[in-house]
Ligand binder design. Structure first.
Ligand code: TYD
Length: 130
């Protein structure tokens, strides 16, 4: 898990970044959602998924993302629209320290399914065998 920097297709008109499913992200994109207007000091996420992989891009503003595989926690800063971060399945993720103008775009490998969520941290540690 690390930050990927995508190519910016800029010209005299401005900037454009293209993300291709199964090419720039390691899955076919089935769902897109975005988070914005996040209140100061409010974290989001704080769960893992059995199957869903997610790819996170702060297309405006900035936020931090802490990923935890059960053994190691790493905090990443998303602060450029060309930076993306993969949250793999069975990785606990928390998004925090949102700037007021942050728009966090999330590409997901699966349709929304509440049953795919692991919301309890102790259960997560059991599932990953940590
Ligand atoms: P929630 O999982 O609490 O958001 P976050 O992970 O950012 O903390 O989701 C908030 C609400 O939105 C909850 O009622 C579930 C719903 N939701 C969908 O209907 N579809 C989706 O793709 C997502 C991510 C959430």
């Amino acid at each position: 898990m690390s930050i990927t920097e995508h190519r910016v297709l800029g010209d005299h008109r401005g900037q454009l970044i293209a993300i291709e499913g199964s090419q720039d992200v390691p899955f076919a994109v089935k769902r897109v959602f975005y988070i914005y207007g996040t209140k100061p000091d409010v974290p989001r996420g704080q769960h893992s998924h059995h199957k869903t992989q997610q790819y996170l891009i702060a297309v405006n503003g900035s936020c931090s993302v802490t990923l935890d595989d059960g053994n190691q926690k790493t905090t990443y800063s998303l602060n450029q629209p060309n930076k993306g971060l993969l949250q793999d399945a069975l990785v606990w993720g928390a998004m925090h320290d949102f700037s007021p103008d942050c728009v966090l775009l999330v590409l997901a490998s699966e349709h929304y399914d509440d049953a795919d969520y692991i919301r309890d941290y102790e259960q997560f540690l059991k599932v990953v065998g940590a």
